[in-house]
Design a protein around this ligand. Structure first.
Ligand code: IPD
Ligand code: CA
Length: 283
C-alpha cells in the first residue's frame, strides 16, 4: 500500500495554501481580537473562520469517516482525543499573536495520523509563502526542495529556539527564564523564537537552528512539525529525554541526540496538563 495516503497528503498541501491566502488577505484588514484562557491568549475571527474552511473542505473531500482535532474546535468544547481512526490535527493560525501584531511569521499547520501514528505533516508559513511538508519515510521538503537538519554537534556552535507560551504565572516564567539563562550561558551562539511553534520546527528541519523545545505546547501546534523534523533527519523527544508523547504538552526537537541531551540537562520542567485530559466537570 505504497501510496495509501497520497491523496490526503496532496489535498492537505492544497488546503493549507488556500487557508494561507485567506489569512494573508485578513491581515490586510482590521483584525478584531478576543481572548481565550487569559488576557494574552489571543484569538480572532480569522482563526475560527480558517479552521471551518479547512475542516469543511476535508470533510467534503473525504467524507465523515475521518476525525478532526482543531485548536478552535477544542476551544469550543470538542474532545481532544487521538484514536486509531484517521485523524486530522489542525492549527488554522499558528502564531495568532504575530498575526495580530503584523509580526511576519504565521503558519497553517495540518497533520494526519492513523493508528495514533503521524503519517504526514504540512506547515504553510503563509506570510513568507514557504510550504514545508513531509510524509513518513519520504523525506521533508520546503517548496519541493528536500531539507535536512544541521550537522552541528557542538552545542557551543548552536542556535536554540524556545518560547514561553501564554501562562504568565511568576513561578512558570521564572523557570522558563532560568532555563533560558542556563542555555545562554553554556554558551550557545544564540536563542531565538519565531512566535509559531510550527515554523520553529521547520527551522530545525531546514538546519537554521539546532533545537526547539517547549513545555505547555499543544498537539495542533507541533503535530505536522514532528513529521517534518523526523523526515529531515532530526529527532523529537520528551523534554526529559524519554519518548515523545503528542498529547503531553512537552516537546524537544533537535538535529541530533548530542544537542538534544545537552539542552535537556538544563531544562527546568514544570507540570502541565495533557491535551487529552478530561475536561473538568461543571459544578
Ligand atoms: C502558539 C505558538 C507559540 C507557542 C505557543 C502556542 P497559537 O500557538 O505556536 O509559538 O509558544 O505555546 O500556543 O496560539 O499562535 O496557535
Ligand atoms: Ca492557533
Amino acid at each position: 500500500m505504497e501510496d495509501k495516503w497520497q491523496n490526503e497528503y496532496d489535498f492537505a498541501v492544497q488546503v493549507a495554501r488556500a487557508a494561507g491566502a485567506v489569512i494573508r488577505k485578513a491581515g490586510e484588514e482590521e483584525i478584531k481580537v478576543q481572548t481565550k484562557s487569559c488576557a494574552v491568549d489571543l484569538v480572532t475571527k480569522t482563526d475560527e473562520r480558517v479552521e471551518k474552511i479547512i475542516i469543511g473542505s476535508l470533510k467534503e473531500h473525504f467524507g465523515d469517516e475521518h476525525c478532526f482535532i482543531g485548536e478552535e474546535s477544542v476551544s469550543s468544547g470538542q474532545p481532544c482525543i487521538l484514536t486509531d481512526k484517521p485523524t486530522w490535527i489542525i492549527d488554522p493560525v499558528d502564531g495568532t499573536t504575530n498575526f495580530v501584531h503584523g509580526f511576519p511569521f504565521v503558519a497553517v499547520s495540518i497533520a494526519f495520523a492513523v493508528n495514533k501514528e503521524l503519517e504526514f505533516g504540512v506547515v504553510y508559513s503563509c506570510l513568507e509563502d514557504k510550504m514545508y511538508k513531509a510524509r513518513k519515510g519520504k523525506g521533508a521538503f520546503c517548496d519541493d526542495e528536500q531539507i535536512q537538519v544541521s550537522d552541528v554537534k557542538d552545542i557551543h556552535k548552536s542556535i536554540i529556539i524556545s518560547e514561553h507560551g501564554v501562562d504568565r504565572s511568576v513561578d512558570r516564567v521564572t523557570k522558563i527564564f532560568s532555563t533560558m539563562q542556563k542555555i545562554l550561558c553554556i554558551p550557545v551562539h544564540g536563542l531565538r523564537g519565531s512566535g509559531t511553534a510550527a515554523t520553529n520546527m521547520c527551522l530545525v528541519a531546514s538546519g537554521a537552528t539546532e533545537a526547539f523545545f517547549e513545555i505547555g505546547i499543544h498537539c495542533w501546534d507541533i503535530a505536522a512539525g514532528v513529521v517534518i523534523v523526523r523526515e529531515a533527519g532530526g529527532l523529537v523527544l520528551d523534554v526529559d529525554g524519554g519518548p515523545f508523547d503528542l498529547m503531553s504538552q512537552r516537546m524537544m526537537s533537535a538535529n541530533n541526540i548530542t544537542i538534544a541531551q545537552r539542552i535537556i540537562k538544563e531544562i527546568e520542567i514544570f507540570p502541565v496538563p495533557r491535551d487529552d485530559a478530561p475536561a473538568p466537570k461543571k459544578k
